[in-house]
Design a protein around this ligand. Structure first.
Ligand SMILES: C[S@@+](CC[C@H](N)C(=O)[O-])C[C@H]1O[C@@H](n2cnc3c(N)ncnc32)[C@H](O)[C@@H]1O
Length: 256
């Protein structure tokens, strides 16, 4: 599959469906059935800091950091519709941010060695060029600057819950490996009345690309939230899965 086709397909999806996702994958949430920033405190004190969000979507994480005293906020996203929503949200809240419509695979002229933090909540996995994206992010950060991102956990796409997710082929209620952990090829996925194209990267792919870009990892979070772990009785499939494996992961890295 060509990268241009992947990016165009995803851009169309996000422009057509931005309103459906308004504020759904934003700080303090990092991901599905996952501890929040209120539990993890990965950012620490951001007051007076300059911050760039990659794939800023509807702007709720920018607003979150503005409310915590960040001095300067920038956001980039592939979808102009997402940025229009972000711009309205921030304006209505009296916050200022510089919003740029660009794919993360490109550098749209972002200043170098400038930011204290670069972060992305459920955004990085969309890239068609992981190494290039991490290299660019490293170039935007000051020395010792922090990069934090969250994404789907690789095992989440590899494992299905047999009865609910594949009633057609399984009769026992158990987790089943449906896809090779090593398969990083792109696949199409119908969502709502549209389609997205994603791939499922190994954990080592992320870690090695970070190391190559000049980052040291300070924390890798692979957990499920307390509520899921403690849930009992008649529980939904996501909670059931979260009791067995992390559905999301989050990395905090520092630029050397
Ligand atoms: C799951 S959303 C997360 C958004 C954000 N965390 C929020 O609070 O709305 C993923 C975002 O990534 C953007 N995106 C997808 N592919 C991209 C790419 N190649 N470059 C930049 N942004 C991209 C989408 O437009 C969408 O806004």
């Amino acid at each position: 599959m060509r990268n241009e086709e992947i990016i165009e397909t995803n851009k169309t999806y996000w422009n057509d469906h931005a309103d459906l996702w308004f504020g759904t994958t934003a700080l303090p949430e990092y991901g599905v059935r996952f501890p929040t920033e209120d539990d993890l405190h990965l950012f620490g004190d951001v007051s007076g800091k300059s911050m760039l969000e990659i794939c800023c979507g509807s702007g709720h994480s920018l607003l979150y950091n503005a409310n915590r005293g960040a001095k300067e906020l920038w956001g980039t996203d592939l979808s102009q519709k997402q940025l229009d929503n972000a711009s309205k949200l921030l304006e209505e809240s009296g916050c200022q941010a510089k919003l740029i419509c660009a794919k993360m695979e490109d550098d749209p002229g972002i200043p170098k060695e400038y930011f204290d933090y670069v972060y992305s909540i459920y955004g990085i996995g969309w890239t068609t060029d992981l190494q290039g994206t991490f290299d660019k992010i490293a170039s935007y950060l000051k020395k010792d600057g922090i990069f934090i991102f969250s994404w789907h956990h690789t095992m989440n796409y590899c494992i299905a819950w047999s009865i609910e997710e594949r009633k057609d082929i399984f009769f026992d209620d158990k987790p089943v490996m449906m896809k090779s952990y090593y398969d990083e090829s792109h696949f199409r996925m119908p969502v709502h009345d549209g389609e997205i194209i994603l791939c499922n990267r190994k954990m080592s792919t992320y870690i090695n690309a970070l190391a190559k870009a000049g980052f040291v990892i300070e924390q890798l979070v692979e957990e499920s939230d307390k509520a899921s772990l403690e849930a009992t009785g008649d529980i939904d499939i996501k909670t059931k899965k979260a009791k067995w494996m992390p559905l999301s992961f989050c990395i905090k890295a520092r630029k050397l």
